[in-house]
Design a binder for this molecule. Sequence first.
Ligand code: AP5
Length: 254
Amino acid sequence: MVQRNDRASWITGGRVRCSDPPRTAPPKPFRFVLLGAPGVGKGTQADLIGDHFRVCHLSTGDVFRAAKQLSADGNASPNLVKALEYMRKGELVPDEIVLELIRERSRCMTCCGGFILDGFPRTVAQAEALSELLKEKGVSLTAVLNYQLPEERLVARLSGRRVCPDCRAVFHISGHPPRKEGVCDHCGGSLYQREDDSPESIRVRMQQYEANTGPLIRYYSHRGQLITIEAEGSPEEIFQRTRDALRQYLPANQ
Ligand code: AP5
């Protein structure tokens, strides 16, 4: 099993620090944004990219899901509690809440190890705010990876997904089942089905994606940062496609 950064600075925000932050910066840290419909496999690819390029996986969805526990412990900010309501229904969390959450975690954008942003930005307003933030911090994106898959395949991936509440590992009941049913291979946590993977929430999430994705794709395409990748095949095949697409940005040994 690959030992992953606990992402405490990102998941919890505030003054919390990661337990094992990168100590030395690579000569050129990678900074990726992942785009794609719900269930296309962004989280799965983010883990593969993160392990390979040693960059931290920063998912806004993970922050909101972690807020559920914080909320139960009485430690979630009012904004995070509000965000959970939107998320349960499959709706996008309003930009102001997302952007406040990102600003609280802006330290992660300057982490010397680089990052993969998964699930943010999701609207043009969020993309513009990200661009301003990165400019302020004096860093720039390496590339924006846009994964594509037909809708019926997305629904099959989402409805069979099971996730670990403790280490956030992702499984699929038929495509990538855990060794023991209902138990996380990595940490022994009890796997669960996300609330927003219900048929009704999936329908709303697809609609929201359709409404916001076109302008966002155009935004990054106009800036020459967009790389589109077919998300058919196994996670490893898609990752190989990703590496091939990124070749121009990588040193010869990667
Ligand atoms: P978020 O957590 O970002 O969810 P999402 O974008 O809907 O994406 P998913 O996590 O559902 O799918 P994925 O593409 O990561 O797929 P995965 O790798 O898990 O956001 C959730 C909610 O939070 C939003 O709806 C919104 O409410 C809110 N939110 C978050 N960010 C926001 C923002 N910026 N603005 C506003 N609101 C925001 O894979 C899916 C399944 O497929 C798994 O079971 C996996 O094992 C399987 N799988 C993966 N790859 C393959 C493959 N190649 N072949 C077969 N199966 C595969």
